[in-house]
Design a protein around this ligand. Structure first.
Ligand SMILES: [Zn+2]
Length: 171
């Protein structure tokens, strides 16, 4: 019974993800990175975020549902600087913005899972505590600033920086 429930939850989450991927506003971005933004990759990522704590994500399906909803709520933009992930990808592809190479790929073009509250006891991956943030904000914020301060002071500045970079993109 539980197994069945989990399977239908996952099917529902995957359907939500596939619908999002085909959304006319986002399709070109998702098509740019078919492997990196695949549902399989997100499920794998979800598995690493599942923790035993009461409030945390319990299943990959729950994580995937959260991801899709967060994307919709944030309209495919970074929580802090409001830059669209598709715009960041365009800047990266035009060499106007650098990426950071890491063992399994790059950081830069993809949304990252950011925990708003990162003090010890509240430091959990949960629906309430997570947002999608760009690498540039996430990396910069690190554990130095609170999410409230980062959103109020540094995010807007980063957003302006990205906007002026976008003016350099020639069509
Ligand atoms: Zn950002």
């Amino acid at each position: 019974m539980k197994e069945q429930k989990n399977n239908s939850e996952l099917a529902q989450a995957i359907e939500g993800y596939n619908t999002l991927k085909k959304d006319i506003h986002y399709a070109s971005y998702f098509n740019m990175y078919p492997a990196e933004l695949s549902v399989e990759k997100l499920i794998t990522k979800g598995k690493t975020k599942i923790k035993t704590s009461e409030a945390a994500f319990k299943t990959p399906a729950e994580f995937l549902l959260w991801w899709v909803n967060a994307w919709k709520l944030q309209q495919g933009s970074c929580y802090y600087c409001n830059s669209k992930f598709s715009d960041l990808a365009k800047l990266i592809n035009s060499n106007l913005l650098a990426v950071r190479k890491i063992g399994y790929g790059v950081r830069g073009p993809f949304p990252e899972i950011e925990r708003l509250e990162s003090t010890d006891e509240k430091n959990i991956y949960s629906k309430e505590n997570c947002v999608l943030a760009c690498y540039y904000c996430n990396n910069d914020k690190s554990y130095v600033y609170s999410s409230v301060d980062y959103k109020n002071y540094f995010g807007p500045a980063k957003g302006l920086y990205i906007k002026q970079l976008l003016t350099k993109l020639k069509t």
